[in-house]
Design a protein around this ligand. Structure first.
Ligand code: UFG
Length: 338
């Protein structure tokens, strides 16, 4: 609701920054905390240019327990959207402690401070990774949570459980949004994804290859049981994903939630293979992409795409953009990078 003060942790990251823009457009007052570990301070200028409002920003690492406690004492917050987390699957296998500390220890401090200061609502960034390779497609929220393939995935599962436990004994209400594969950039091209180093995810690798920064894209496996043999995902435009957060927040602020903790898939409902992505990217941007087929990547599932009925009906949210718009914006964003 307009005027409510919303804390966005990780608000200068990829999904966080797009969500801050949508929050401000809807009249929310935003305060961002971010430790800048995986983004740049200039993102704040991008948000300001798009919305004509400079959100309040506090550089803060959620691991700094005392600083976080002081922050909550100094600010009256009506709700939290919690993005701040590490998110590289491979890195989490190499360095699990980093992931349990950055994603779990910090969540516990955050929740403790929310409880101590009567902050009533939380939106949590979860992931379709909690389903692993689901037995049925498209995936509904009732699909069983499967044993995580990586410490990163585990932090999302454990995170959901910790929040659920808290909501059982406390006034806090929460929604976990289980994202499918977020891609694209704001159409102003003032904010987008800023992967550091060699990208692990498909779309930044595609755009960097098209831009000549990478030699060639490796397609990980063409022997999956899918129509063209390459793995299938549900790619969702980041602006659509950002809007889902506003709908979820509104639901909690208006008390429309049916249980104290709810879970929603956020995807388009359409599965696209790696070759689909390559073909659509080449077509909409009129550019050739060099790629080769290599072995499968360890830990990848064959197919994941969302049944979005629950989010459509309960949140009143639906993805508006398709793969074409998302890949066009991703390329426009890439062209703006030096
Ligand atoms: N892929 C390639 N080449 C690349 C990169 C990716 O072929 O260079 C393929 C992958 O094998 C996969 C698809 O493109 O089939 C998408 O891969 P991404 O790395 O972009 O995304 P993932 O589906 O692997 O990962 C996403 C989120 C994670 C989350 C995971 C759960 O980015 O945060 O889903 O499955 F944990």
């Amino acid at each position: 609701m307009k005027g409510n003060k919303i804390l966005v942790t990780g608000g200068l990251g990829f999904i966080g920054s797009h969500t801050v823009v949508e929050l401000q457009k809807e009249g929310y007052e935003v305060i961002i905390i971010d430790d800048l570990s995986n983004t740049r301070i200039e993102v704040l200028d991008g948000i300001t240019k798009i919305t004509n409002i400079r959100p309040e920003f506090v550089k803060l690492d959620l691991k700094e327990k005392e600083a976080v406690a002081s922050f909550f004492k100094e600010h009256k917050i009506d709700g939290v959207i919690h993005f701040a987390a590490s998110k590289a699957v491979g890195e989490s296998v190499e360095n699990p402690i980093k992931y349990y500390e950055n994603n779990i220890a910090t969540l516990v401090y955050l929740l403790k401070n929310m409880a101590d200061n009567n902050v009533p609502h939380l939106i949590f960034s979860s992931s379709c990774t909690v389903y692993g390779q689901a037995d049925e497609l498209p995936i509904t929220e009732n699909a069983p949570v499967k044993r995580a393939e990586s410490p990163y995935g585990n932090t999302k599962q454990i995170g959901e459980e910790i929040i659920h436990d808290l909501t059982k004994v406390n006034d806090i209400t929460a929604i976990a949004l289980r994202y499918f594969n977020p891609i694209g950039a704001h159409d102003s091209v003032l904010i987008g994804e800023l992967p550091l180093g060699v990208p692990q995810n498909l779309i930044p690798y595609v755009t960097q290859t098209a831009a000549g920064l990478r030699e060639e894209l490796s397609v990980f496996g063409d022997d999956y049981l899918t129509p063209d043999g390459t793995a299938v995902r549900d790619y969702i435009h980041v602006v659509d994903l950002a809007k889902a957060h506003i709908c979820a927040l509104q639901r909690l602020l208006e008390g429309k939630n049916k249980t104290k903790m709810e879970y929603f898939n956020v995807g388009t409902g359409t599965g696209s293979s790696v070759l689909d992505v390559i073909n659509v990217f080449q077509k909409v941007n009129d550019i050739a992409l060099k790629y080769k087929i290599v072995d499968r990547r360890e830990g990848d599932v064959t197919s994941a795409y969302a049944n979005t009925k629950l989010a459509n009906e309960e949140l009143g949210w639906k993805a508006e953009f398709g793969l074409e718009e998302a890949l066009r914006s991703a390329w426009q964003w890439q062209l703006k990078q030096v």
